[in-house]
Design a binder for this molecule. Structure first.
Ligand SMILES: Cc1cc2nc3c(=O)[nH]c(=O)nc-3n(C[C@H](O)[C@H](O)[C@H](O)COP(=O)(O)OP(=O)(O)OC[C@H]3O[C@@H](n4cnc5c(N)ncnc54)[C@H](O)[C@@H]3O)c2cc1C
Length: 434
C-alpha cells in the first residue's frame, strides 16, 4: 500500500526523479494539485559527472541530491520509494513494488538504461556508467587492479590489470578516456611508482568513423587529436563483438588482452508494462504528441529520455540528453492542468542550447548555434555549465572545491576502495560494544 490520502485535489503521479521528473515536479508542486513523486532510489543523480566519481575525482554525495530535500514542508507532495511495475491506463491506476495507486494524470520519466544489443557476455562482464553505484563499482575495480598489478612480476600478466577498453565514442566514452589518460599521466607515477605508467594502455573503440558523432566534424576532429595527444589508442570503424573476461574481441578479428571493459555504446528504455505495443518504438521510447501525451492512451504523459517526439527536425525524437528532459518538464508543468481540462495549448518546442564534451585537463569542445570552439575557453564554459546544473548549493561548493583542488595539485584525493562486505566490525561487535 502506498497509503496516500485523498485530498480532493487532482492527483498527479510522477515516476522518476531524473532531470525530467525533477524539472516537472518542482514546478507542478507549486500549483493546487496533489503530487505523488515515485522513484526506486531516494536521490536524484547528476549523470554527466558520474565519470568523475569513477575516476575518484568527486565524492558520490556531491553529485546526488535527496529527493525529500526538494520538497521540504510541501504538504501537497507525497514521496514514495518504489519501482513502477505496470500501468492500467483504462482504470487509471499503476502497480508499484509497494502497492497500487490511482491517478488523474500519470507522468512517466523513467529515463534509459544501458543497451548491450542482446550480447549476454557483455551484459555479464562489462562495466557500465548509468548510476552512482555503477561508478563506485568501476572506481573500486580500477584501484583494486592497480594494487594487483603491483604484485604481478610478469609484464604480460600485468597488462590484464592495468589496460582498459572503453566502448563508445560519444561524450561519455571521450570524457572517460580523457580522465583515465590524466590518471595515467599524473597519479600512476606518484602513487604506484613501481608500475611504469607507459605500460598502461587505454583503448577507445568506436564503430563509426568519428568520435562525438552528434557534434560538428570540427569538434570530432579536435577530440580525436586531443585524445591521441594523451596517448589514448582510438580505434575507429571497428565494433566490439564479444568479451570473454580476459580478451576483448573486435569484429575485425583482432583481440585486446584486458579484463576491464567499460560499455558506453548505447541506451534503450525499459518497457512500461500495460501500455499498448504501438505506443512505443523499438528501443521502448514512448511516442508522444506535441503536448507530450503518450500515443493511444488518455492522461498519460512521458518526459525525457523515454519520450520520443518525432518531427521534421528530429526524425528519431529529441536527443537523449539533459536539456530536452529539463525543457519538457518545464513545459508540462506549465500546461498540464489546461491540457487535462481539454484546452488547446501550444506544442512543446525544443530549444537546442548546444552540446559540449571535456577531454581531460583544461580541454573541451563546444558546439553552439553560432560558434564551434575548443580548448581552454571551452573547458571553462563546460565547468560553469555543469556547476550551474548541479542540484544544491552545498553540492556545487563541494564540486567546485574538488575541481580547484585537483587543478592546483594535479591530484584527486578520493582513491579509496570501499566495499560493503569488508567492514572491520560486525553487527555482533557493535552489540557487544554498545
Ligand atoms: C554517464 C552519462 C553521462 C552523460 N553526460 C551528459 C552530458 O554531459 N550532457 C547531457 O546533456 N546529458 C548527458 N547524459 C544524458 C542525461 O543524463 C540524460 O539524458 C538525462 O539524465 C535524462 O533525464 P531523464 O529524467 O529522462 O532520466 P534519468 O535522469 O535517467 O532519470 C530517470 C529516473 O527514473 C528512475 N526510474 C527508472 N525506472 C524506474 C522505475 N521502474 N520505477 C521507479 N523509478 C524508476 C531512476 O531511478 C531515475 O532516478 C549523460 C548520461 C550518462 C549516463
Amino acid at each position: 500500500m502506498l497509503n496516500i490520502p485523498d485530498t480532493g485535489q487532482k492527483r498527479i503521479v510522477v515516476i522518476g526523479a531524473g532531470f525530467a521528473g525533477v524539472s516537472f515536479a518542482s514546478r507542478i508542486a507549486k500549483q493546487d494539485v496533489q503530487l505523488v513523486f515515485i522513484d526506486k532510489i531516494n536521490y536524484h543523480q547528476f549523470q554527466p559527472l558520474l565519470y568523475q566519481v569513477s575516476m575518484a575525482g568527486l565524492e558520490p554525495s556531491s553529485i546526488s541530491f535527496p529527493i525529500r530535500r526538494l520538497f521540504q514542508k510541501k504538504k501537497n507532495v507525497f514521496i514514495r520509494i518504489a519501482s513502477l511495475e505496470s500501468v492500467d491506463h483504462e482504470k487509471k491506476r499503476i502497480q508499484t513494488s509497494s502497492g497500487e495507486i490511482w491517478y488523474d494524470a500519470l507522468v512517466i520519466a523513467t529515463g534509459a538504461r544501458t543497451n548491450f544489443y542482446g550480447n549476454k557476455n557483455l551484459e555479464k562482464r562489462a562495466y557500465t556508467l548509468k548510476s552512482v553505484s555503477d561508478s563506485l563499482k568501476l572506481r573500486n575495480a580500477i584501484l583494486e587492479d592497480y594494487e594487483k598489478a603491483l604484485s604481478e612480476p610478469d609484464y604480460d600478466k600485468r597488462q590484464k590489470y592495468i589496460d582498459i577498453v572503453i566502448v563508445g565514442g560519444g561524450a561519455t566514452g571521450v570524457e572517460l578516456a580523457g580522465a583515465l589518460a590524466e590518471m595515467k599521466k599524473y597519479i600512476l607515477p606518484k602513487e604506484y611508482v613501481e608500475i611504469d605508467s607507459k605500460e598502461m594502455d587505454i583503448y577507445l573503440v568506436q564503430s563509426g568513423d568519428r568520435l562525438l558523432n552528434s557534434m560538428s566534424e570540427k569538434s570530432s576532429a579536435r577530440a580525436l587529436k586531443e585524445l591521441q595527444r594523451l596517448n589514448v589508442n582510438v580505434v575507429l570503424n571497428k565494433r566490439v563483438s564479444d568479451f570473454d573476461g580476459t580478451h576483448v574481441h573486435l569484429d575485425s578479428g583482432e583481440k585486446i588482452y584486458c579484463k576491464k571493459l567499460i560499455w558506453a555504446a548505447g541506451i534503450c528504455c525499459d518497457p512500461i508494462k500495460g501500455l499498448p505495443e504501438d505506443s512505443r518504438d523499438r528501443s521502448n521510447r514512448l511516442h508522444v504528441d506535441g503536448n507530450l501525451k503518450v500515443a493511444n492512451v488518455k492522461d498519460v504523459f512521458a518526459l525525457g529520455d523515454i519520450a520520443s517526439m518525432k518531427s521534421a527536425e528530429y526524425e528519431y525524437g529529441h536527443p537523449q540528453v539533459a536539456q530536452p528532459a529539463i525543457q519538457q518538464g518545464r513545459y508540462l508543468a506549465k500546461h498540464l492542468l489546461d491540457i487535462l481540462e481539454g484546452k488547446t495549448v501550444k506544442n512543446f518546442e525544443y530549444k537546442d542550447k548546444g552540446s559540449m564534451a571535456t577531454i581531460g585537463r583544461h580541454q573541451a569542445v563546444v558546439d553552439l548555434k553560432n560558434a564551434k570552439f575548443g580548448g581552454f575557453s571551452a573547458w571553462i564554459l563546460w565547468l560553469v555549465v555543469h556547476l550551474y546544473s548541479i542540484l544544491g548549493f552545498k553540492n556545487r561548493l563541494l564540486v567546485l572545491f574538488n575541481w580547484i583542488w585537483n587543478y592546483i595539485t594535479y591530484d584527486q584525493s578520493l582513491r579509496l576502495i570501499i566495499k560493503q562486505n569488508e567492514q572491520t566490525s560486525t553487527k555482533d561487535d557493535n552489540v557487544s560494544n554498545g
